[in-house]
Design a protein around this ligand. Structure first.
Ligand SMILES: NC(=O)C1=CN([C@@H]2O[C@H](COP(=O)(O)OP(=O)(O)OC[C@H]3O[C@@H](n4cnc5c(N)ncnc54)[C@H](OP(=O)(O)O)[C@@H]3O)[C@@H](O)[C@H]2O)[C@@H](O)CC1
Ligand SMILES: Nc1ncnc2c1ncn2[C@@H]1O[C@H](COP(=O)(O)OP(=O)(O)OP(=O)(O)O)[C@@H](O)[C@H]1O
Ligand SMILES: [Mg+2]
Length: 329
């Protein structure tokens, strides 16, 4: 057999095995309930003895002239889920707009400044997690600054959720997060294809979503990957979870931002709780499952009330009730 066709056969064989392996790991409804229980285990109790900040200080890195909604959705979602303080590090043009949306956010107009990395670095010791990418845009100077911020965050071992244009940056330079065990990537359909192509140097096998997510996570050194879609597929390269919590058929923009902002808080809570509380499962995977379930439940509840006119703001208004329904039963 020629070398080329032998390699092809080996690859096909590997796919079949991986598919069988990943199907093995697919979640049943009972597994979904068990994983939701693990999410409940990582939620810190509300207590009168805690001080402001203890339940989470989250930073969102994103927001430029064009996109001000996305960082707002992510940062306000972090607060609504239960973080105490939510910061936005954005380009100067976006800052007054985001401040005007909400008095609850702390907004730093630094991302396009020449010393952006230093300006954000000053805050890093006080932050529990960063959400990088919502509404960031693809300006080269901004992306260079974000590269520096990511490097500084890794050096401090700060968990990072990477979404939207943060994933664009990672697709250009996968080495930025290669092997970083405190990173979670949350690609949508398009972002996943782009990343997969960049890292595995070939197109995604659309018939094998589970295997594709597993392969991407492994190729990135077991970074946690959440592929959003009709069902969300989550993997840390060892385990594959599927979130099929009922949502709706309404696909307004911004739902992914709600997910990444919520995940920022849940990642912090999960790492604080540790693997004893997640029954040996990866805390980041459990956190990601929680954020996916919550986003889809918000979508479901908002759609019940608003139908076709549902927007992400309507979903954010549901965070409290959706959280109680899923996690405080
Ligand atoms: N209010 C705001 O400020 C908001 C700002 N946002 C910010 O916008 C920035 C760019 O983000 P993005 O998601 O538009 O990025 P990108 O990778 O170019 O993908 C776009 C293209 O992908 C495709 N496509 C998508 N899903 C698909 C699917 N399931 N199946 C197939 N195709 C699919 C689809 O292609 P089309 O159908 O148009 O051909 C679409 O045009 C980023 O900063 C983000 O945070 C948003 O957060 C929203 C709220
Ligand atoms: N076809 C679908 N059916 C049900 N839920 C979906 C579907 N596609 C996406 N979702 C859900 O919508 C949420 C956001 O996913 P989506 O793919 O829209 O992200 P996004 O494109 O990054 O969003 P954004 O507009 O914020 O950038 C996720 O919770 C996901 O589970
Ligand atoms: Mg998005």
């Amino acid at each position: 057999m020629a070398l080329g066709s032998r390699c092809g056969a080996i690859r096909a064989c590997r796919r079949v095995l991986e598919r069988a392996f990943s199907l093995h790991k697919v979640h049943s409804v009972k597994d979904m309930e068990n994983t939701l229980q693990l999410v409940r285990n990582i939620i810190p109790p509300l207590s009168s003895t805690k001080h402001k900040g203890q339940d989470g200080r989250i930073g969102v890195v994103g927001g430029c002239q064009e996109y001000t909604g996305a960082p707002y959705f992510a940062a306000i979602s972090a607060l609504k889920v239960g973080a105490d303080l939510s910061h936005v590090f954005c380009a100067s043009a976006a800052a007054p707009v985001i401040k005007a949306y909400s008095p609850e956010l702390i907004v730093h107009p630094v991302l396009d400044s020449p010393n952006a990395v230093h300006e954000v670095e000053k805050w890093l010791p006080r932050l529990h997690a960063l959400v990088v990418g919502p509404g960031l845009g693809r300006d080269d100077a901004l992306l260079r600054n974000v590269q520096g911020i990511l490097e500084a965050s890794k050096a401090r071992d700060i968990p990072v959720v990477i979404d939207a244009d943060g994933l664009w940056l990672v697709a250009q330079q996968p080495a930025l997060i290669q092997g970083y065990q405190k990173a979670v990537l949350t690609p949508n359909h398009m972002e996943f294809s782009r990343l997969y192509d960049a890292v595995l140097r070939g197109p995604v096998d659309s018939d094998d979503r589970h295997g594709s997510v597993l392969r991407l996570s492994r190729a990135l050194g077991n970074v946690t990957v959440v592929q959003k879609g009709e069902r969300d597929i989550l993997s840390n390269g060892q385990q594959v979870l599927v979130c099929s919590q009922e949502g709706s058929s309404r696909r307004c923009g911004g739902q992914g931002d709600l997910l990444s902002g919520s995940l920022g808080v849940l990642v912090h809570w999960a790492l604080l709780a540790g693997p004893e509380k997640t029954n040996g499962s990866s805390p980041l995977l459990v956190a990601a499952f929680g954020a996916c379930s919550l986003t889809r439940q918000c979508n479901h509840q908002a759609f019940q009330k608003h139908g076709r006119s549902t927007t992400t703001s309507d979903m954010i208004a549901e965070v409290g009730a959706a959280f109680s329904k899923l996690f405080e039963t």
